[in-house]
Design a protein around this ligand. Sequence first.
Ligand code: NAD
Ligand code: UDP
Length: 328
Amino acid sequence: MNKILITGAAGFLGSHLCDRFIKEGFYVIGMDNFITGDKKNISHLDNNSSFEFIEHDVTEFVKIDGDLDYVLHFASPASPIDYLKIPIQTLKVGSLGTHNLLGLAKAKKARILIASTSEVYGDPLVHPQTEDYYGNVNTIGPRGVYDEAKRFQESITMAYHRFHGIETRIVRIFNTYGPRMRLNDGRVIPAFMGQALRGEDLTIFGNGSQTRSFCYIDDQVEGIYRLLLSDYALPVNIGNPHEISIKDFAEEIIKLTGTNQKIVFKELPQDDPLQRQPDITLAKKLLNWEPRVDRNEGLKITFNYFKNLTAEELYKSEHKDFKQHIKK
Ligand code: NAD
Ligand code: UDP
């Protein structure tokens, strides 16, 4: 039985990856410190004999007993509001955390896949974004803590690959959504859906002309699964190229939720990328992968998930309390 360690297991993407790898016959070790994740996302695996969970902060030495075949490093805050609130932890998990996991992979002779992001392209001047574009990142801006941690993560991963010869994979994930996102994590889909459910105005940052391209979770997981099992060490974009402006998207959400919310405009956060769309030519060729779930279908499933949250979860609009997870 193949054994895989998945960091960030209690998060949105990590928990879906745990499910997928168990389904594929792997023994999964989930690891998380719950800083932005939620126990509830993996509680259905409590009595699963193919799963164990270790509560641990991966910026500290990571110890795993016995053999290990694969590592998926997904631990990191991922929402702009999260990483603005915990900037040092974000830098640490992308740098020190990645270093620990590469060291573990080297010691165990395991293959490691790290979760990079479209944010390595910053506010891109090349559109759509191809893997050979170096990006346009403001190192000292508020988003720099995430973007630069992820860029460092790619660099150290390639160094371990070239210098130590370990098997590495790098996925550049573009905006992905679906059930188990935290309703109050500030990302645009939970934000708009939460507002619609509470009967609040939808908040557009800036004039809404900025674009994003949203990928449904099942498509993302499929792409990651294929990339891990491929023999390609350089970064690969995984995302859905179907691009939409945030203004049109807000209108789409109003229609989909059947609500009558108004739209209000707020200040655009600093360095918010004005356009984003993955070029997925490489993933198509290399992995024979492309997204299958269209936005309308994916958004309906996601809205149903949020609709079924308890009133307490729906109205807990204040941001997650990070303090209990941060060591002095
Ligand atoms: P998430 O916040 O739901 O999950 C991240 C998980 O990592 C959480 O459970 C959190 O508690 C855990 N974590 C954070 N720091 C940790 C630490 N030091 N030690 C142990 N666990 C820690 O976010 P997500 O959307 O599931 O993102 C997962 C990964 O995918 C991240 O690396 C993120 O950068 C990457 N990514 C996601 C997207 C997306 O659209 N969802 C896009 C690009 C990249
Ligand atoms: N956004 C918005 N209203 C919100 C939350 C986000 O208009 O309530 C915008 C945000 O400024 C960005 C886009 O939606 O342009 C996507 O934001 P998100 O936080 O989901 O992720 P990003 O792609 O910026 O990492």
